[in-house]
Write a protein that binds this ligand. Structure first.
Ligand code: COA
Length: 162
């Protein structure tokens, strides 16, 4: 059975992430979406909230599983028998950074390799921080995230703008 992980912070999940997950799910028997419990960022959503939103957004994709993890990605891969990491590429700068990370991960564990999926044109500009900023100022999120994610993100900022 072919297995891959799509790791990230997903604070929150966007249509850009969902596009990558759908495409990866058509290439592998199982795709694990790995939600990083990341202490170097300060996410607005807890890992559990982020994982719940991903489960809801991917409910119609049967071969997707959502899991939280902390520590090194390659350790999670080894513990769960996952040989392939999937990462999305939106720009040249993403590509440069992702090449470095793929190389580091392969150096840490040479049984793990990374494949890249390039973002579709209209999804190239999406990022979770853009979504958070638009939500903070009460803007329209319909192009970027599913309606239930928009609502939960706006809810987070409800009392912080005054
Ligand atoms: N659609 C929308 N947004 C996308 C995207 C896409 N296709 N691809 C990337 N992004 C955005 C995210 O929204 C996020 O935006 P933000 O910074 O504005 O919030 C940004 O790109 C980066 O997020 P993400 O892809 O989640 O990467 P990350 O840097 O948060 O985490 C990990 C990347 C999880 C793969 C990496 O940190 C990791 O493996 N950490 C574990 C520790 C480890 O193993 N380290 C050794 C390797 S260096």
């Amino acid at each position: 059975m072919s297995k891959a992980i799509y790791p990230g912070t997903f604070d929150p999940i966007t249509y850009g992430h969902i596009d990558v997950i759908k495409r990866a799910a058509s290439m592998f028997d199982e795709v694990v979406v790995g939600v990083l419990n990341n202490y170097s960022k300060s996410p607005i959503f807890t890992p559990e909230e982020r994982a719940e939103m991903i489960k809801e957004a991917c409910a119609d994709i049967p071969n997707v599983r959502v899991s939280t993890f902390s520590g090194l990605l390659v350790d999670f891969c080894r513990e769960n028998g996952i040989p392939t990491i999937v990462r999305g590429i939106r720009s040249i700068s993403d590509f440069e950074a992702e090449c470095r990370t793929a190389d580091i991960n392969h150096t840490l564990d040479n049984n793990v390799d990374t494949v890249f999926l390039t973002a579709r044109g209209e999804l190239e500009q999406i990022s979770s921080s853009t979504v958070r900023e638009i939500a903070f100022f009460g803007g329209d999120l319909s192009f970027f995230v599913p309606p239930f994610v928009a609502e939960k993100t706006r809810e987070k900022f409800k009392n912080s703008r005054s």
